[in-house]
Design a protein around this ligand. Sequence first.
Ligand code: F6P
Length: 323
Amino acid sequence: MKKIAVLTSGGDAPGMNACLRAVVRGGLYHGLDVYGVVRGYDGLIRGDLYKMKSYSVSNIVGQGGTILKSARSMEFKTKEGRAKAAEQLRALGIEGLVVIGGDGTFTGANLLYNEHGIKVVGAPGTIDNDLFGTDFTIGYDTAVNTALDAIDKIRDTANSHERLFFVEVMGRDSGYIAVQSAIGGGAEKVMVPETKTTIDDVVSSLQKGWDNEKSASIVITAEGDSEGSAMEIAAKVKKHCPDKDIKVTTLGHIQRGGSPSAFDRILASRMGIAAVEALLEDKSNVMVGIVNDKLVYTTLDDAITKEKPLNTDLLKMVEILSI
Ligand code: F6P
């Protein structure tokens, strides 16, 4: 293999740049030509690629976002779109592709391999941490710390005004950010998509705190919880305790930005180099992961279809710690 390409796709995550840097420098170190694809699969379809040098990735290890830009490509979801993308790679003699992204990105890469034989290796970059085959995804640690920073601030004002706050964190299908930030932020309750928490459960947990002379409370809700958004949940809870002063904060996309934590920079660097080395060892259609601090490779099929269960002990911890 002489030429590889790299792209970032789907929702961006802090540390994507550090991973990109590792792919570029890892590739150059091993004597490869490395092409950067602009705007993910959309850019690949349009042939928006450029040859990257070592200096192309200077000073980005601590930068949030992705200098290659990211997109959720509708065209790549079609057979024709993927055929165009494969053709662009062939035209430049590019034999291997590193994709940095989440499950949508890997679903596309899997199809590119199965339909066109393009050798693909994935590096898991998503704040959601919801991919099977790795203990941590790039960006997750930073997102949890961003959420925690906000929750700490909300705690101050919640205490001063003796209020009940509902704080919504990201996670359309995943409660990882919610659980971690609930434990770290000392929340009274957490609601996640993986388990059903009824409004009655929430009210009864809060009531225990109030009976224990707690004057301020925080409930963390994951974006994808089955009871709805934090706003909707707050309205439902209000019916059970009309006298309570309730406020809602949706953290939103601030969780996706910002300088990556030390953990994410190092994770991303390890994964980027491992992705290049996987291609050089003729591995393909796999995702790089870290399990128990060891590098492992999981098929893209498994990474996207197998469930990574939330540790229910952590949910129990929130309950124990909130009495
Ligand atoms: O996949 C990461 C994620 O941040 C999810 O938690 C969230 O639901 C989604 O992306 C939001 O995506 P978009 O920025 O496209 O609205």
